[in-house]
Write a protein that binds this ligand. Structure first.
Ligand SMILES: Nc1ncnc2c1ncn2[C@@H]1O[C@H](COP(=O)(O)OP(=O)(O)OP(=O)(O)O)[C@@H](O)[C@H]1O
Length: 709
């Protein structure tokens, strides 16, 4: 073995630790420009939790400070220099720096600050802004640590008849989503190329048997997976996959893995690993956000005295300065899609006019899976029109990703978006964390996201590795309070550039104006969406909208308006009495109560279908303003805002064509909002087995992954 040892195996540190203050200064001059360097006035590059989490109570903060100590930053910032002192294997360095390989030169701040500590064997909690290279920060030293292990024989790898067994796993990386696990594996294989180290994945949605066979036949040193599948594989003795010699456990997006959705699985995985009192184990946690709620879990999981490396300065917001964040108020929920189209169109027009702008490549985030679908469907329909194809947006790809799609489709969407030069990815939160799509120019969040962390991670899909980008949040005015409460201090500036955001869509528009053209195009796109999709979208947004608006009445009105005006649907979806009770909608005007039989009878939930069908060709739609708001069926309970109430027609059947409210594509609609915890009535559905304790009510599309691997 080329290298000496490190802490666990007894080797000296090749990186010289220097006084934190001088290191800060050194890093400030040596790091690439795009990394906001720490200033000399900043206390230290790594800091205690006390300074990073001013909101913690004094007592708690004190306790944490006691068990941490400032880590010692390294004085090496170039990857090439890691060869001196044999700190990192030459092959790994070559893989990183060679132009025909990863072609990286200078370490990012978080990489420089954690590498030494990880090679030493310390437990680490590392926090650094999105897109600043955290993946390599844990991969490089962890792979090196495996090479340093004298019991690992990489010479066996690849020789005929000789193989590394499936129980040779030395490091395990847990990721909250399948796509992220695969992305980390791709990066890990690049770093490990030629070292003989074997990297394998265990993610849900893929054929378990095939994945297992690969691990069994080829062996594995580093296993990367999602919680459900890892638990499954490691707990099943028949797989032969075990990790009795595991030295390193890494939680990427640690705060997500430690929150209530994933924590039980992550805890269970740890019980399947060797007893850390017998086999020394290093645990590493990385994320751009570490909310105080998870600190208790962090402290329980890491060894006392763990290092907290935090490159986000205390006085800084955790988003990038170079990514302007704009807030757009929309008149109604139905204005979101026209505003998105206008944003894309304005950008492309500026390019056409000679401005040096990268092609429009955006991720549009929605708070429910069903919304991603209807939005992607509408935009896809748009791209099929001759007018669109001939426009400056003609080459855009419209892609969709959410957890209701098969893994095959998800992977294809992610790959296509990665490769796309311009386009829009309509996404639920499955891509919000960690995904490194190149050259994303815009992140558009439609509706206030469920929490501050989600906002920050979604925004972090642009402006990565020093690139420019823009963040946009479209929100209904009625979401203002929840916006302030959830997102806290962030540098969003109100923007009024998008005219369609404030347009009254119940009007008829002519194609003579830009606003009219955009609105009519979206109408045309939505007219191609089937009615079931529209109903699902309504149902999917019920939970999020009622959670985001101050009053349920206002939320229902806004939803009904979106459904009738935006989707051009005539009959509102029926909600079961049970659902209404669970959601506290019993006394709310505008709710249509029933058992869903009308929708089923009418095949496709609405009479609006044919109206919708031709609406696009009419080049706009008229929406009888005289009908007073949302209701089409004026005869049905006018005094209640025109919405039918089907009387006490018995319980809503959960199954039916919507697959029940608990697991259908729309179920994530119920998961967001500040009142997530209160919605235990909407439990996750029978397929998860009743033996599991209810951890949260409806799983959103992201958390859903915890149960669908
Ligand atoms: N030292 C470096 N120099 C330049 N680019 C780098 C360096 N290290 C990593 N990168 C690139 O930066 C991009 C972002 O890296 P990575 O995905 O690891 O970020 P992250 O901090 O994990 O982000 P997130 O918080 O979103 O998960 C990747 O494209 C990666 O190849």
């Amino acid at each position: 073995m080329m290298l000496g040892t490190v802490r666990r195996f007894g080797v000296s540190h090749a990186l010289r630790a220097t006084a934190p203050r001088s290191i800060s200064a050194r890093l400030a001059t040596q790091l690439p420009k795009w990394q906001a360097p720490l200033t000399l006035s900043s206390p230290v590059a790594t800091r205690s939790l006390h300074s990073s989490f001013p909101r913690l109570s004094e007592a708690t903060a004190q306790a944490i400070v006691e068990e941490t100590e400032p880590s010692q930053p390294a004085n090496i910032t170039e990857f090439a220099d890691l060869a001196s002192g044999n700190l990192i294997h030459n092959t790994i360095i070559k893989n990183i720096i060679q132009p025909d390989r990863m072609n990286l030169k200078t370490m990012t701040e978080v990489q420089a600050l954690t590498l030494n500590e990880i090679v030493k064997g310390d437990d680490i909690l590392a926090q650094a802004k999105t897109g600043t290279g955290k993946t390599l920060a844990f991969l490089v030293p962890s792979l090196q640590n495996i090479l340093n292990d004298p019991t690992v024989d990489v010479s066996k790898v690849g020789r005929r008849g000789a193989r590394t067994g499936p129980s040779e796993i030395r490091a395990l990386i847990i990721s909250p989503t399948r796509e992220l696990a695969e992305q980390i594996a791709v990066e890990a294989r690049k770093v490990a190329f030629g070292t003989g180290l074997l990297v394998q994945t265990a993610v849900g949605g893929t054929q378990k048997r095939a994945g297992l066979a690969k691990i069994q036949q080829e062996g594995c040193h580093l296993l990367i997976g999602t919680p459900g599948r890892l638990k499954d594989i490691l707990s099943d003795p028949w797989t032969g996959v075990s990790a009795p010699k595991l030295n390193t456990l890494i939680l990427d997006e640690a705060d997500r893995l430690l929150d209530q959705g994933f924590a039980p699985d992550v805890e269970e995985i740890q019980t399947l690993l060797p007893d850390p009192t017998k086999v020394d184990r290093q645990t590493l946690m990385f994320s751009a956000t570490v909310p105080r709620e998870v600190m208790q879990m962090v402290r329980q999981t890491l060894k006392p005295g763990f290092k907290h490396v935090n490159t986000v300065r205390e006085d800084e917001v955790p988003t990038h300065h170079r990514v302007p964040q704009k807030l757009v108020y929309t008149r109604g929920l139905e204005n979101g899609l026209p505003a998105l189209l206008e944003l894309a169109q304005n950008w492309q027009t500026r390019r056409d006019n000679g401005e040096k702008l990268r092609p429009f490549k955006a991720i549009a985030y929605f708070n429910s899976t069903a919304e991603t679908k209807i939005s992607a469907d509408a935009f896809n329909a748009l791209t099929r029109t001759a007018e669109f194809r001939q426009s400056s947006m003609g080459n855009m790809r419209m892609l969709e990703i959410n957890s209701r799609l098969t893994q095959q489709v998800r992977t294809r969407s992610a790959d296509n978006f990665r490769k796309a030069r311009e386009g829009i990815l309509f996404s639920s939160d499955v891509t919000a964390r960690g995904m490194d799509f190149p050259d994303v120019t815009h992140v558009v969040q439609v509706g206030v996201p469920r929490d501050r962390e989600t906002y920050i991670h979604r925004l972090g899909r642009t402006g990565r590795a020093g690139k420019e980008g823009e963040g946009w949040l479209f929100m209904h005015r009625a979401e203002q309070d929840v916006y302030r409460k959830r997102l806290g201090r962030l540098p969003l500036k109100v923007d009024t550039e998008l005219q369609t955001a404030d347009a009254d869509l119940s009007q008829t528009f002519s194609n003579d104006t830009q606003v009219g053209k955009i609105v009519n195009s979206i109408n045309q796109g939505l007219a191609q969406c089937d009615n079931t999709t529209k109903v699902k979208s309504y149902m999917g947004q019920l939970g999020t909208t009622t959670g985001n608006f101050n009053s349920k009445r206002e939320a229902i009105q806004a939803l009904n308006q979106m459904f009738t005006v935006g989707y051009n649907m005539q009959t509102l979806p029926e909600l079961s009495p049970k659902l209404m009770q669970q959601m506290g909608l019993n006394r709310v005007d505008g709710v249509s109560m029933g058992d869903g039989s009308r929708q089923r009878r009418e095949g496709g939930f609405s009479r609006g279908g044919d109206r919708g069908g031709d609406r696009g060709s009419r080049g706009g739609f008229s929406r009888g303003g005289d009908r007073g708001g949302f209701s089409r069926g004026g005869d049905r309970g006018g005094e209640r805002g025109g919405f039918s109430r089907g009387g006490e027609r018995g319980g809503f059947s959960r199954g039916g064509d919507r697959g029940g409210f608990s697991r259908g594509g729309d179920r994530d609609g119920f998961s967001r909002g500040g009142d997530r915890g209160e919605r235990s009535g909407f439990s996750r559905g029978g397929d998860r087995g009743s033996s599991r304790p209810p951890r949260r009510s409806f799983e959103d599309s992201f958390g859903e992954d915890a149960f669908r691997f």
